[in-house]
Design a protein around this ligand. Structure first.
Ligand code: CP3
Length: 366
């Protein structure tokens, strides 16, 4: 059965739509801010809840996912302009039938990764997204109510290439030799797996919108691992199908497509224009890329403070925020959404985050 469409009218009225304005290409009085992994291990309240629940148990329990999503919003009341649903990109390989564990110091681990094309047979042929991933949708709907209209809620998914890499490597990797071996030795089978992932991603992202997500972010965390022609040959077409599929399915269902953000980590100036060409509303930048590299064909640029500034003194944080905010004032895009250039890391002091958020509010005024 279909997860029902939740319309704006049934949720509390939105009181801060800065990020939606910026993502739609409007100049805002100040830059809306959120932080990737804002609900994470740097927060003592997160670590406390993790003591009694496993990572995927939290993802699969809407009450817990909602509670964690709300943690940074409540702690930094008035300083964050968006929330992001607590979940993980690896729920898609799980829905395709793969086992994924979250190991304490190591991160994600697949006990049985895809070793060769014969293993494709282990993936579920037909994935009923509304059934398999309804826990994410229920968490989103619940969180929209819990937010009481404070800020918009972002839904997300991993990009096809990044998910493919995890499913083949079985976890993180330094060289991505296995995943790349697939591309070299079995290009058609690789296309097949990318297509299977894409076919689940589209209804999954649209399902999040139906459940109440107001923006969507696609993470291509391993974008920079591929040679340029392989990114063009394998990763980009799949990413384009995701974007176009989400638009087509939203149109078919009579729902407005929300702003789409793409975050491809460490991509060079040669890949950025190609991502822009696909037509994402917002392009996210890691901290190594200058904001001026995103052109005015994109509505907004998102980023890109070096996450490590949060380990510096309060004075240095304020000074760096000022420097970067001045760079963004001369950007090409009409919108700027402030964020870190990567997820916040576990060792950051929550009070340093407050200093950072306050500095952005002050320094990003146009
Ligand atoms: O941003 C948020 O606050 C929303 C939640 C979120 C998580 N993961 C929670 C999480 C989001 C958006 C993600 C995306 C994600 N997951 C990505 C893309 C972004 C990126 O970091 O490049 C990737 C590659 C993953 C896969 C993943 N999940 C990894 C590599 C790890 C381990 C790394 C680490 O930080 O330990 C995770 C675990 C994870 N996902 C944690 C959180 C809060 C920490 C795990 C824990 O609590 O034990």
């Amino acid at each position: 059965s279909r997860y029902k469409i939740h319309t704006a009218e049934e949720f509390p009225e939105l009181r801060n739509d800065l990020i939606l304005q910026a993502a739609r290409g409007k100049k805002t009085a100040r830059a809306p801010t959120w932080i990737m992994r804002q609900a994470g291990r740097y927060l003592p309240e997160f670590r406390k809840l993790r003591e009694s629940h496993s990572f995927f148990e939290i993802c699969q329990t809407p009450q817990l996912a909602c509670e964690i999503t709300m943690q940074p919003i409540l702690r930094y009341e008035g300083l964050l302009d968006a929330s992001i649903i607590f979940s993980d990109i690896l729920v898609i390989p799980q829905a395709l039938g793969m086992e994924v564990q979250m190991l304490p110091a190591q991160g994600p681990h697949f006990p049985a990764p895809l070793e060769s094309p014969e293993d494709i047979g282990r993936l579920h042929k037909h994935v009923d997204v509304d059934e398999e991933l309804s826990y994410v949708f229920r968490a989103i709907t619940l969180t929209r109510h819990a937010l009481s209209g404070r800020v918009p809620l972002i839904g997300f998914a991993g990009a096809p290439w990044t998910l493919f890499a995890y499913m083949v490597e079985g976890g993180g990797s330094k060289t991505f030799a296995r995943a790349k071996r697939w591309l070299f030795d079995w290009p058609e089978a690789s296309d097949g797996v990318l297509e299977r992932i894409t076919a689940v991603l589209i209804p999954y992202l649209v399902g999040q919108v139906r459940a109440g997500a107001q923006l969507l972010q696609v993470f291509d965390s391993w974008a920079s691992e591929l040679s340029h022609h392989h990114y063009v040959r394998f990763a980009l077409p799949a990413l384009r199908r995701v974007k176009e599929g989400v638009h087509a399915q939203c149109n078919a269902e009579g729902i407005t497509t929300p702003p789409l953000i793409v975050f491809a980590k460490n991509v060079t100036h040669t890949v950025l224009p190609l991502l822009e060409e696909i037509g994402f509303d917002v392009v996210g930048l890691d901290w190594t890329t200058a904001p001026s590299e995103v052109s005015n064909r994109t509505s907004a640029v998102q980023g890109n403070f070096d996450p490590s500034i949060l380990y510096a003194s309060d004075e240095a944080i304020r000074s760096e925020v000022k420097t970067v905010a001045n760079m963004f004032k001369h950007r090409n895009t009409p919108g700027w959404i402030s964020n870190l250039g990567h997820g916040i890391t576990p060792g950051v002091k929550p009070e340093s985050v407050r200093v950072f958020l306050e500095a952005v509010q002050e320094c990003s005024r146009e």
